[in-house]
Design a protein around this ligand. Structure first.
Ligand SMILES: [Zn+2]
Length: 140
């Protein structure tokens, strides 16, 4: 049995910018946030200040339920940095709000991963400042 698990502390961590700090603050509070353009409704994959669709400068933060489905994934056995614990499964998750998100799946075995698999967000602290959102089968 090879259960996919969150990474241990010590891996390279993201560096929040002035634009993404709100997202990381939400993660620390176990809230998955994303931005939506207040003018046209476009949802940004990353924190943005100018809408890629209508060029409005009025993005608002919204909270995701954290529920979604697995769209694409891979299982890594040879990590790019020795601090990563293997195996891990980087994945593209489509949140129910329509946000596409790059994360990683935990709480199941690599062989269980399948297209459309229902997932729910889970938060795991990786440092004092950074808490990472992972996705696991609901209830695990
Ligand atoms: Zn817009």
């Amino acid at each position: 049995m090879t259960l996919l698990q969150p990474q241990p502390r010590g891996i390279p961590v993201p560096r929040p910018s002035v634009h993404s700090e709100k997202y990381w603050e939400g993660s620390r509070q176990h809230q998955l946030l994303y931005q939506r353009c207040a003018a046209c409704g476009h949802i940004g994959l990353r924190a943005f200040t100018v809408c890629a669709r209508c060029l409005a400068t009025s993005p608002v933060w919204e909270r995701s339920t954290g529920a979604g489905a697995l769209y694409s994934w891979t299982v890594v056995w040879r990590p790019p940095d020795p601090s990563f614990k293997v195996p891990y499964a980087p994945a593209v998750v489509r949140l129910d709000e329509g946000v596409w998100m790059l994360s990683a799946v935990i709480g199941c075995e690599p062989g269980e991963l399948h297209d459309g698999m229902r997932l729910a967000v889970q938060f795991h602290a990786i440092s004092e400042e950074i808490t990472l959102p992972y996705f696991a089968p609901p209830g695990r």
